[in-house]
Design a protein around this ligand. Structure first.
Ligand SMILES: Nc1ncnc2c1ncn2[C@@H]1O[C@H](COP(=O)(O)OP(=O)(O)OP(=O)(O)O)[C@@H](O)[C@H]1O
Ligand SMILES: [Mg+2]
Length: 459
């Protein structure tokens, strides 16, 4: 699937101006943060050198300025954190509503193949990861690029050779991080799969707990569970190993860079080509250059997870409902209830055999018909074809002489009463469940309707 770039960015549209203000604020805060080491340098180099008689008042002034900058920085960070997250959450909420509304339109054949648990994870987990990318992605790029480029330029002007020496470490650090990040991601993915297996095992065992007990098979279930539990433990051990390499490797690089700066800087001070305040400035700015590289791994994971989340979102959004209204679908006004099957054949999927084969019959209005047959004969299937839960493979189903494919779906289904074989009660009271077909119905109307009960299809 080609990545739908335009669609991806379209979710920013309702919040575009607000998000731009967040990014601008993010940029501003990053620039402000770059000022601190420069102020330290000014104090150590210009204020504390030579005549110290006016030094103290100047230090107080700069201290005051620093305090103001801290306040500005904090207000800015507050705005970026709060509004940035809010925008992400709003985009996520928009997408979740869109996805849920789309899922409501998809046909029964879709739900035959998909597992509810996986669909739930698309609505919750995938979109959560995506919203992280939506708001943190651009924010992080603006913040870390500004800090990195700013620190590099400032250090370059203070001491070009030392800046280049420090920079030489960065590509190696980058490669190291990406390599171990890949390894770490692999183990994290495996962890997710293993915990999924554990959940499946728990669900399976506990849903069938009565069967387990009636066969006195508790020990068997414990053994099955422990097998999955051990696999999860093995997978986690691999993660911690990769993590230990990863974090200690990064720390080693940082220490190496710091040592390089101290040794080269001190040697240059001895040779009178460098000054102590500049060395301090260097040490303060190093973090600005390392931090973005260190965050690279997090950003790349965030990017991968977000993009995968979006692709999984689009996979569902791109599905067209198998059963939909024709352009000029008929809205039923008065239904008599004559049902006719004309040479109907049906199979659930192309690779499955026919459930119904060339079936023809007619049910007159007011007539009661009982379908009798062994389990799996196709009684439920036959009934599902009338309200178009599935479309016939061959032939046609007619209601009052009109092909059900030509009738507006809503109007067709509103005119058919169905009692499910495996009933489903929604969360809420019994009365709310009875009212499900018409939420506005009063109690009297419900009792009245029960007295005039329509002939129903018993699935
Ligand atoms: N969603 C589905 N996907 C694929 N095959 C299905 C599906 N639903 C039912 N079948 C198959 O279609 C055949 C008919 O099933 P159906 O549920 O219509 O039988 P039934 O007569 O209602 O049985 P019961 O008396 O057990 O309710 C069976 O072989 C069943 O396995
Ligand atoms: Mg049935």
């Amino acid at each position: 699937m080609r990545f739908p770039v335009k669609k991806f960015f379209s979710y920013y549209k309702p919040y575009f101006t607000l998000y731009l203000s967040v990014l601008a604020c993010d940029f501003f805060v990053s620039v402000v943060s770059l000022a601190f080491p420069l102020l330290v340098r000014y104090i150590t180099k210009d204020v504390l050198e030579g005549d110290l008689s006016t030094a103290l008042s100047e230090v107080y002034w700069i201290g005051g300025l620093m305090l103001v900058l801290v306040v500005i920085q904090n207000i800015g960070n507050y705005y970026v954190d709060y509004k940035g997250h809010e925008i992400g959450a709003r985009m996520e909420s928009d997408m979740r509503s869109e996805l849920f509304a789309h899922m409501q339109k998809l046909s029964s054949s879709f739900y035959d193949k998909e597992k509810t648990g996986q669909l739930m994870s698309r609505i919750t987990n995938d979109l959560l990861l995506l919203s992280e990318l939506y708001h943190h992605g651009p924010e992080d790029y603006v913040k870390y690029l500004t800090r990195f480029i700013g620190a590099f330029v400032i250090l370059f002007f203070i001491n070009a050779p030392l800046t280049i020496a420090v920079s030489c470490f960065l590509p190696f650090l980058g490669v190291f991080l990406l390599y171990f990040n890949k390894k770490l991601n692999k183990t994290l993915r495996s962890n997710k799969e293993r915990i999924g297996d554990i959940n499946a095992q728990v669900e399976d065992s506990l849903s069938g707990i009565r069967v387990v007990k009636s066969f006195a098979n508790e020990q068997l279930e414990i053994e099955k569970f422990n097998r999955e539990n051990d696999r999860f433990l093995e997978s986690r051990k691999k993660t911690y190993k990769a993590e230990a390499y990863f974090f200690n490797g990064v720390e080693a690089f940082i220490q190496l860079i710091t040592i390089t700066v101290i040794i080269f800087g001190s040697a240059s001070i001895v040779n009178h080509t460098f000054e102590l305040p500049d060395l301090i400035t260097f040490l303060l700015y190093i973090n600005f250059m390392i931090e973005p590289i260190r965050r690279l791994t997090h950003m790349s994971t965030q990017f991968q997870e977000g993009i995968t989340g979006f692709q999984r979102f689009m996979e569902i959004m791109n599905l067209k409902p198998a059963i939909k209204n024709k352009p000029n679908a008929i809205t039923l006004s008065e239904v008599h209830g004559e049902i006719e099957f004309k040479q109907v054949s049906f199979r659930y999927d192309d690779h499955l055999g026919n459930v119904l084969d060339n079936l023809s019959f007619r049910v007159q209005p007011g007539e009661y018909v009982a379908l009798v047959g062994p389990s799996g004969a196709g009684k439920t299937t036959l009934c599902s074809l009338i309200p178009r839960f599935y479309d016939v493979t061959d032939g046609e189903v007619l209601l009052d002489g009109i092909n059900v494919r030509d009738i507006d779906l809503m109007s067709l289904r509103k005119n058919i009463g169905i009692v499910q074989q495996d009933i489903y009660l929604f969360a809420g009271t019994v009365m709310e469940n009875i009212r499900y077909g018409n939420p506005a119905a009063s109690e009297e109307e419900i009792i009245d309707a029960a007295k005039r009960a329509h002939p129903m299809i018993l699935l």
